[in-house]
Ligand binder design. Structure first.
Ligand SMILES: [Zn+2]
Length: 91
């Protein structure tokens, strides 16, 4: 992985994240337990895949915008139930 958390819109650099405590799927946590996808942070609401995911302390989900994309986009937090019913309406 790059040393930067990338923007979730344009994949440009958002911030330097090399010092963050990422723990990746398949690795052992400091407690000795293997990290599973269930432990992992969602990215823009998407769960990790079986092969790539990471845990970052107590983070559950996040979305990141670079300065440029923040001029035209914003992050929105909604309850999961609302998001699901919205998808049903679309389908
Ligand atoms: Zn961007």
């Amino acid at each position: 992985m790059a040393d930067y958390r990338l923007c979730d819109v344009c994949d440009g650099k958002a911030f330097y994240d090399s010092n963050l405590d990422y723990e990746f799927v398949g690795q052992s946590s400091c407690g000795g337990e293997k990290i599973t996808p269930d432990d992992c942070t969602r990215v823009v609401g998407e769960p990790p895949t079986e092969f790539f995911g990471y845990k970052l302390q107590y983070l559950g989900d996040w979305a990141v915008l670079c300065k440029n994309c923040a001029k035209t986009h914003k992050c929105v937090i909604v309850p999961l139930q609302d998001a699901q019913s919205g998808e049903e309406k679309r389908g």
